[in-house]
Design a protein around this ligand. Structure first.
Ligand SMILES: Cc1cc2nc3c(=O)[nH]c(=O)nc-3n(C[C@H](O)[C@H](O)[C@H](O)COP(=O)(O)OP(=O)(O)OC[C@H]3O[C@@H](n4cnc5c(N)ncnc54)[C@H](O)[C@@H]3O)c2cc1C
Length: 327
């Protein structure tokens, strides 16, 4: 049956395909509603699909995003099926402006699948960023860490299996499963809130594991609403906000002459000058980072050829469920 709903061929191509993330996780675009045209249509509150040129739609969408007129973008929605370790889910679920339904550990037996970081990502606590990791891979420690992870997970899995095999309630049996255990959910979110999610979770400062998911979702979004995606990448992901003090610092270095911008001859701002503009040492550090290098904005392109069938993931999940359920 033909549909009169707006669809996007690039999104149709990946719809219901399952893209692998981390060692046992995935993201699948189950469904979507709307595209760039719906953002435009809502903004203009217009009747039906007219003969607007792509360039006009693009111009409007970029204007809306620059000026934070965000409600039109709420007219587009994505529905995803995702599997992720619980510690990733915990960061993810902080984004409250979405609808989700997670697998119930009270009702279902959970697959005993645990996330193991790859050797290259096994790094030490960062000295500069208290929330992150940095430096070379801790290769010498990695083997021991794997052994210890395996011990803990085997014990937790055996305890889970023992409890459910004695018919202890599943809601109790699960309580010692580690944060590395995979969970899964359906997640539905509109474009406005998804942009916020991606801004913080696809950012290089986000934890590597949730970022892996955000990158795939960004690639899906790019196929659903490419013009909105482009505007977001230009103004938010690859752009930055400037504080009053930061803007003042730039104004001391350059000036507007008619339609041109020119450098003020001989101007230089030392750190002490920046401090007089009210910038703290940390703000100065952040300003330097903003100005030093243009951030590399990934293209987030997805390769549908890397997708695997839903059944493959379903089988892997099923195989990892404790045997007691299969008596
Ligand atoms: C680098 C980083 C570190 C973080 N560290 C921590 C941490 O240590 N501990 C922690 O708990 N969280 C942490 N978070 C989560 C963070 O505080 C936010 O909860 C998360 O980024 C979601 O943002 P949000 O609340 O704007 O999004 P959503 O929950 O999706 O909300 C979207 C928008 O809706 C509005 N909104 C939603 N709910 C309310 C409300 N109740 N009242 C008013 N307005 C509302 C706000 O405008 C909000 O921006 C961290 C996030 C990042 C990116």
């Amino acid at each position: 049956m033909e549909t009169r709903r707006p669809t996007n061929p690039a999104a149709e191509e990946i719809q219901v395909l399952y893209l692998s993330v981390l060692d046992h996780g995935f993201v699948s675009l189950v469904d979507y509603m709307g595209s760039d045209e719906d953002v435009e249509r809502a903004a203009r509150v217009s009747y039906g699909y007219g003969t607007r040129k792509t360039s006009e739609t693009r111009g409007l969408i970029r204007y809306l995003r620059r000026h934070r007129h965000t409600t039109p973008s709420e007219m587009v929605e994505l529905k995803l099926h995702c599997a992720m370790p619980i510690f990733v889910a915990r960061q993810w679920v902080r984004h409250r402006s979405a609808s989700l339904n997670e697998v119930s550990g009270r009702y279902s037996l959970l697959p005993l699948l645990f996330y193991r970081p790859e050797a290259q990502h096994f790094q030490q606590q960062s000295a500069t960023n208290r929330q992150g990791r940095s430096g070379d891979s801790l290769t010498e420690l990695y083997g021991d860490a794997i052994g210890r992870w395996d011990d803990v997970r085997r014990a937790a899995g055996q305890q889970y299996e023992w409890l459910v095999s004695h018919d202890v309630a599943r809601e109790l049996a699960r309580i010692d499963l580690p944060l590395s255990t995979y969970t899964q959910w359906y997640w539905k979110i509109d474009l406005h809130n998804l942009f916020h999610f991606l801004a913080v979770r696809a950012d290089p400062h986000a934890q590597l594991e949730i970022r892996a998911y955000a990158r795939v979702i960004a690639g899906m979004l790019k196929r659903v609403a490419p013009l909105s995606f482009e505007a977001w990448a230009d103004y938010e992901l690859g752009g930055t906000h400037l504080s009053r003090g930061e803007l003042e610092a730039l104004r001391r270095l350059v000036r507007v002459q008619g339609r041109d911008v020119e450098a003020r001859a001989g101007e230089r701002l030392a750190e002490a000058d920046l401090a007089t503009l009210g910038l703290s040492k940390r703000e100065v550090d952040e300003l330097l980072i903003k100005l030093e290098a243009a951030p590399t904005v990934e293209d987030f392109d997805l390769d549908p050829a890397t997708a695997r069938p839903a059944e493959e993931f379903a089988r892997a999940m099923e195989a990892a469920v404790p045997r007691v359920d299969r008596r």
